[in-house]
Unconditional design. Structure first.
Length: 103
């Protein structure tokens, strides 16, 4: 029996993690804040958005692992910047899906 549908499980797993990372309202606020700042210190993120440091770290970890942000440690400070290539590909994929699915 020939199947008409096949998925690359590695790519599908990554796509699920990326969409999960982008689908959270607080993570979207963090992304928008980093976008406005360009490169931003983690301390500034949680102070400006009034989020606990531990909660901010958890969300930044998810964004980093999914490839949405880059982090760089300089001395005792961690700076974040967006991976615009990743975000643009995700936006394009979602928009293409919505067109095909007629949503």
């Amino acid at each position: 029996m020939n199947t008409k549908v096949s998925f690359n499980s590695v790519k599908l797993d990554y796509a699920c993690e990326l969409m999960r990372a982008l689908a959270h309202p607080l993570r979207l606020k963090i992304i928008e804040f980093i976008d406005r700042q360009g490169v931003v210190n983690v301390n500034k993120i949680y102070n400006a958005l009034k989020i606990e440091q531990s909660v901010t770290s958890q969300h930044l970890s998810i964004l980093r692992l999914s490839g949405v942000i880059y982090t760089e440690k300089t001395g005792k400070y961690v700076h974040c910047k967006l991976n615009y290539e990743c975000l643009e590909k995700a936006e394009k994929a979602v928009n293409n899906f919505l067109v095909v699915a007629k949503i």
